[in-house]
Design a protein around this ligand. Structure first.
Ligand SMILES: O=C(O)CCC(=O)C(=O)O
Ligand SMILES: [Fe+2]
Length: 271
């Protein structure tokens, strides 16, 4: 059930451009996440869905957040302050979850100094795995430090850089009232339906394809981001990163990604 959702401006375009420069200036801390031998995706920070497995919190995750939280705070404390100050009147009190990886960056694209020859990125060329964000519940040890842990899950995405033709989120939930009718959004909807039909033919990909079939939607909803936007949702809809449409390899999609559970009355923001 989607309890609350919206998209608002968090940053000006100038603030985004400044952040992009600063994110590039610490690219030694970006973690490559290659797929099929090709790398067009990095993260910066300890990401629950990539660095933990089944809630076991292996050392990989703990080591990663202990190293990366101070680096993220040192470089981006102004961004975290704007995020918390803007989010608080909308959803209630928020804080960085210091006992987890704090919100980090997801960078689809190349490092600035690896952008030699420009090439076309295939449509559907990025990770577009269908998922819900339930992995946050797996941090049982961290949550056990609080007396009261509420059930709701908050997800927040801040768009800092976007593909020229558009970037956003594909949401497979009839309760999602945000939707775009742009050329980009319609192209993504068409691509999504082609992908869905392929999934129906050859079940097994993506891993939770059975869920898409259950949704029984004519088309998914597209939350289209704008440069500086903050999208938030309380609830846990099935979703995918919307793929780029006719993008070149010198374009990027950079976001700050946060998830949160409300513990002792405060949303505890983590990656
Ligand atoms: O980048 C986005 O728009 C959302 C990413 C996402 O779904 C996630 O990190 O869980
Ligand atoms: Fe997600």
């Amino acid at each position: 059930m989607i309890k609350q959702t919206g998209i608002v401006r968090l940053l000006s375009e100038e603030q985004c451009d400044d952040l992009i420069k600063r994110i590039d200036s610490v690219d030694q801390y970006w973690t490559p996440r290659p797929r099929n031998g090709v790398n067009l995706f990095y993260t910066m920070g300890a990401a629950s869905y990539l660095d933990t497995y089944n809630g076991a919190r292996p050392n990989q995750y703990i080591d990663s957040y202990k190293k990366m939280n101070p680096i993220l705070k040192e470089n981006f404390s102004d961004l975290y302050k704007i995020l918390i100050d803007t989010l608080t009147p909308i959803v209630g009190p928020c804080e960085l979850a210091e006992n987890l990886g704090i919100p980090g960056f997801q960078i689809f694209g190349l490092k600035k100094n690896n952008m030699g020859q420009v090439f076309d990125i295939p449509n559907l060329g990025y990770s577009t795995e269908l998922h819900s964000d339930k992995v946050s519940y797996n941090h049982k040890e961290a949550w056990s430090e609080y007396e009261e842990v509420e059930e709701d899950l908050l997800t927040v995405t801040v768009a800092i850089d976007l593909h020229k033709n558009g970037s956003g989120l594909v949401v497979w939930d009839n309760e999602m009232h945000i939707d775009s009718d742009s050329e980009y959004a319609n192209s993504v909807k068409d691509q999504s339906m082609i992908a869905l039909n392929k999934i129906k033919e050859a079940s097994g990909y993506p891993f939770n394809s059975d869920k898409i079939v259950e949704f029984n939607m004519d088309k998914p909803k597209i939350v289209e981001y704008f440069k500086g936007s903050m999208f938030y949702v309380i609830g846990d809809p099935w979703h995918q990163v919307a793929p780029p449409v006719n993008a070149k390899s010198d374009e990027r999609r950079i976001t700050l990604q946060a998830h949160a559970l409300k513990c002792d009355g405060i949303w505890r923001l983590h990656f």
